[in-house]
Design a protein around this ligand. Structure first.
Ligand code: 5GP
Ligand code: MG
Length: 183
């Protein structure tokens, strides 16, 4: 789905499909350099990270494994509930593994600070975070992603995996949702 298909629902387009592909490619280059000579397990956070995981993994010029976790810290609206729970755990034993958690956005940091702590207790050799977007103004938990696509203002965005009530995930671009859609 293109922005033109949901034109009235967006107040602006923050990043186009092309810009996203370029930035993800740059992140992949950096990751490939940093993890040279080490095996790498990408852990995608369902469901939002599906698009960035697919593009980042394909942009990496090397072998990687992919696994998925589903974690819920949000209800169905635009505000965090403050509660984290595992909906789907990893299928992989991460003991001794180099884990790179791939997510699409860090908002308060609640989800990823909890997740990184949780993975750390499972004996991973290393746990780092790659996120396409980060909202520095919204951050309330100590999360230090090693790879960040862009810092963005504290606004609710959709597209490229990011949903509002399970819609807009298949939008190619990333945009700010118009208040009339959720008010
Ligand atoms: P955090 O735990 O960092 O507050 O939030 C993490 C999750 O909240 C993200 O992975 C994403 O699913 C959701 N989220 C945070 N900000 C946004 C946003 O602006 N738009 C959408 N669609 N989801 C968001
Ligand atoms: Mg997410």
């Amino acid at each position: 789905m293109d922005a033109a298909h949901v034109e009235n629902d967006l107040v602006n387009i923050l990043f186009t499909e092309d810009q996203i592909q370029e930035r993800v490619g740059q992140m992949a280059e950096q990751i490939a350099a940093d993890y040279e000579g080490r095996d790498l397990l990408l852990v995608g956070v369902l469901r939002g990270a599906v698009m960035v995981m697919a593009d980042l993994a394909r942009a990496l010029p090397r072998h990687v494994e992919m696994d998925w976790m589903a974690i819920s810290s949000y209800g169905s609206g635009t505000k965090s509930s403050g509660v984290v729970r595992i909906l789907k755990d990893l299928d992989t034993d991460i003991t001794g593994r180099h884990v790179l958690v791939v997510d699409e956005i860090i908002d308060t940091g609640l989800t990823l600070s909890w997740l990184v702590n949780s993975l750390g207790t499972r004996g991973a050799a290393s746990v780092e975070i790659a996120t396409l977007l980060r909202k520095p103004e919204a951050l309330t938990m100590p999360v230090e992603p090693r790879y960040v696509g862009w810092d963005i203002p504290n606004e609710f965005v959709v597209g490229y995996g990011l949903d509002f009530r399970e819609r807009y995930r298949n939008l190619r671009d990333i945009g700010t949702l118009a208040p009339h859609v959720y008010s």
